[in-house]
Design a protein around this ligand. Structure first.
Ligand SMILES: [Zn+2]
Ligand SMILES: [Zn+2]
Ligand SMILES: [Zn+2]
Length: 762
């Protein structure tokens, strides 16, 4: 039979994921000749020659099989008329790979099944080797210093391959062909255990030893792919009390790493979707509802109904459990308050030496930090609390191409940055709160790296409207330095715009609930309904929550009782109530008198429409939380309290024009606080806000002939609010949208700013 020649183009996530070796394998298995090479647009070009049947089989394999990390967006084939000319099948290295624009930088990936089997097999050369990886798994983003993604451009350059590793690396039929992180006990990174001062204890079996130390109640700082974790027993109280004291985290929930799914089932419930997430290549932390049998320490997630759980994602993690009986260990990212996760060995000794008993180090450098991702399920819908390891910086694919290339720097808390390039948005790893020099430096470094890795010629830089944010300052500096156009995007507008582009919606009435955003009038917004259309780079604030005073401004954010006192104090005498709670004021009676004075004078009070602050106030009135020690704490604990609640106590939302009243709701909760149960009242407060805002949004949508209502902002992580709003909106026959690809909280702000710059501006 005459030979045929076919050219094939594949688009998708096909670079850096072992796609060319895969093509090599199926081509040679089918006896075909030709080549495969990367294309400048991040796709792959294949040319094959051979007989018709073999080509048919190849195309079948191409469509049916693929490397686990590859994502195929499209395959086109064209028969060529030229005569066959190739002697064999080859993988071509394109000379311009470094110049690829928008090529895909793979995220870190959890250890694969094949590597895990080898790790446990005493006959395998990589038996018990903590850094076992292959083309289908292992760290990526955290090792890459520059492009192209080659061993010499990663932190693996410090470890020249031994003959054995090299033979696998150069064999196209081997699972480790061109696996840039390939290593073995002989040539690869080594782990070792030290005291808290960095004195070497042992290089022999340090990981199993560390596992036993954790079991014994010791605190160990463990170096991973993208930074250090602080690890401890999940059942012993003492190390957790110490961790909480030294980390200045009296209440903030710790995540745990469990040895297996079966182990998780002993303390939490897992749905089918949650199981999929837990075992996925990204291996995020998943917030699971605690089960009745929960027997881990109460100090892990105080006052919350759920617990953050992940499965091991490196060889090292699996080995920690080998010689310990624990079902789970606490594993929390090791970062000093408001600072990025610790990544260097020296830095770790300095920063964590006082907190831990031991360090489990390895000698591979970390090129870029990356925290664990956190996801929660609302029924069958995933909600990103934090999108980082396992996801970043793989792009979010949009349905349309942006008009402009944009870099955006996000807001202030829980921050990320984002590069928008045609129909791809590359959101950085979690950067955290950008309030100080360290986190500003990390943001700048991560942003420059992102621009470099995507090789994008930026035209516009976007940032928040707040004149004093560190990110706004940095945006001004970068705009000046590079001659970029600068745009400032209002916080809640960015939230809603992000949601619109996620679903390619042209117009939306967006409900945006969160803590704080700088409004166009300079005031503190946070419970907003915005009307947004794609054709305009502006939005209309069509409704909001009632404005409420913040007694002591920022202090009211930290102490929810101040928020509650400010609102109730407009209508009733709150003195007796506050006096009964004086132990919750740092300065006791004196502080209460100052607060009452402010209430009486009623002058110069900062006001806010924030939904977060209302939930905080409810939390204080219902005796759920009096001090916010981490972001969102009172509201999260209130949601946990409401989970048990029934709808026995009902309040009809009161809407005055463009405003949902909140004073009335708080007064009613206050008056009934001894008549109904805490869960029922907490549930009532959620339903009041959700129904009130949703009814307002429906009314505005119908007035403006808009069929889509969206829900965004940090409070959109709240399942009770989201499901109650959905019921109202869908009952009215309108479409209700929530985020799936980006976080509804402030980790999604950079994406929203970028799309306003890239899609909404003419
Ligand atoms: Zn593997
Ligand atoms: Zn080796
Ligand atoms: Zn926000």
């Amino acid at each position: 039979m005459a030979a045929v020649r076919v050219k094939i183009n594949v688009t998708g996530i096909v670079q850096g994921v072992g796609y060319r070796p895969f093509i090599y394998r199926i081509a040679t298995q089918n006896g075909l000749k030709g080549y495969v090479k990367n294309r400048g647009d991040a796709g792959v070009e294949i040319l094959i020659e051979g007989d018709q049947n073999a080509i048919k089989n190849f195309l079948r394999d191409l469509k049916k099989k693929k490397p686990p990390l590859a994502r195929i967006y499209g395959i086109t084939t064209a028969k060529l008329a030229e005569k066959p000319e190739y002697e064999n099948f080859a993988i071509y290295r394109s000379s311009n790979e470094a110049e690829l624009s928008g090529s895909t930088i793979p995220p870190d990936v959890a250890i694969c099944g094949d590597c895990l089997e080898e790790l446990k097999n005493p006959k395998d050369p990589r038996y018990d080797y903590f850094f076992i990886t292959c083309t289908n798994c292992g760290p990526r983003y955290t090792t890459i210093e520059k492009l192209p993604y080659d061993r010499d451009n990663t932190t693996m350059m410090d470890f020249p391959m031994c003959d054995f590793c090299r033979s696998e690396y150069t064999d196209p039929l081997n699972r480790r062909f061109h696996a840039q992180t390939v290593a073995c006990p002989k040539c690869g990174p080594k782990a070792y255990l030290t005291t808290s001062e960095g004195k070497l204890i042992t290089r022999k079996d340090p990981i199993h030893q560390a596992g036993k130390l954790l079991s014994d109640g010791k605190i160990v700082a463990i170096k991973g792919y993208g930074g250090f974790h602080l690890a401890a027993s999940a059942t012993e109280e003492r190390p957790l009390i110490r961790l909480r004291e030294t980390k200045h985290r009296s209440q903030k929930p710790f995540a745990v790493m469990a040895r297996s799914l079966e182990a998780i089932r002993t303390f939490a419930n897992i749905s089918k979707k949650e199981k999929e997430l837990l075992t996925s290549y990204a291996r995020p932390i998943v917030l699971l509802d605690r089960s009745k049998a929960y027997a881990l320490s109460e100090l892990i997630a105080p006052g919350l109904h759920n617990i953050g759980v992940m499965l091991p994602y490196t060889g090292l993690h699996y080995m920690l459990f080998d010689e310990a009986d624990d079902v789970a260990f606490v594993m929390t990212s090791a970062n000093p308050p408001s600072q990025p996760i610790t990544k260097d060995n020296e830095e770790a000794l300095k920063m964590l030496g006082d907190t831990v008993d031991y360090f489990l180090f390895h000698d591979r450098r970390i090129a870029y930090r990356c925290d664990d991702s956190v996801i929660r399920m609302h029924g069958s819908r995933p909600v990103f609390i934090r999108r980082s390891r396992g996801y970043a910086p793989a792009p979010i694919r949009l349905r349309e191409k942006a008009k402009r290339r944009v870099i955006s720097l996000g807001g202030e808390l829980n921050n990320t940055s984002c590069v928008l390039l045609e129909n791809k948005a590359f959101i950085s790893q979690h950067i955290g709160d950008v309030e100080n020099v360290e986190s500003k430096a990390f943001l700048e470094e991560a942003t420059r790296h992102l621009i470099h890795l995507t090789n994008s010629k930026i035209e516009t830089i976007a940032c928040d409207l707040h004149p004093k944010f560190t990110t706004t300052q940095l945006a001004h500096e970068l705009a000046e330095e590079n001659g970029w156009q600068l745009i400032q995007v209002q916080h809640h507008y960015a939230h809603v715009a992000a949601l619109m582009i996620e679903y390619n919606a042209d117009e939306m009435v967006g409900i945006c609930c969160d803590g704080y955003g700088y409004g166009t009038d300079g005031e503190a917004w946070g419970g907003e309904i915005l009307l947004c259309t794609r054709g305009s780079a502006d939005f209309e604030r069509i409704a909001h929550l009632e404005k409420q005073p913040m007694l002591g401004a920022d202090l009211a954010t930290r102490y929810p009782l101040r928020m509650a006192a400010g609102i109730l104090g407009k209508e009733i005498d709150v003195e007796p109530w506050l006096m009964g709670l004086k132990q919750h004021f740092p300065h006791g009676e004196q502080e209460i008198q100052t607060i009452l004075g402010q209430l009486r004078s009623n002058r110069n009070l900062t006001e806010t429409t924030s939904c977060g602050r209302i939930l905080d106030a409810v939390s204080a009135i219902l005796d759920v939380c009096y001090e916010r020690t981490y972001e969102g704490e009172p509201a999260m604990k209130l949601e946990s309290a409401a989970m048990e609640g029934k709808h026995f106590f009902k309040l009809e939302p009161i809407i005055e024009g463009n405003r949902l009243e909140t004073t009335h709701m708080l007064l009613e909760l206050f008056r009934n606080r001894h008549k109904h149960s805490k869960p029922d009242l907490a549930c009532c407060a959620h339903l009041y806000l959700a129904r009130g805002l949703a009814e307002l949004a429906v009314e505005k949508a119908l007035e403006n002939e808009i069929r889509t209502i969206g829900f965004s902002g940090g409070a959109a992580c709240n399942e009770i609010l989201a499901s109650a709003m959905r019921r109202v909106v869908e009952t009215a026959g309108l479409r209700f949208l929530v985020h799936e690809a980006v976080p509804p909280g402030d980790g999604g702000i950079s994406f929203g700013q970028a799309v306003v710059g890239g899609f909404f501006q003419s």
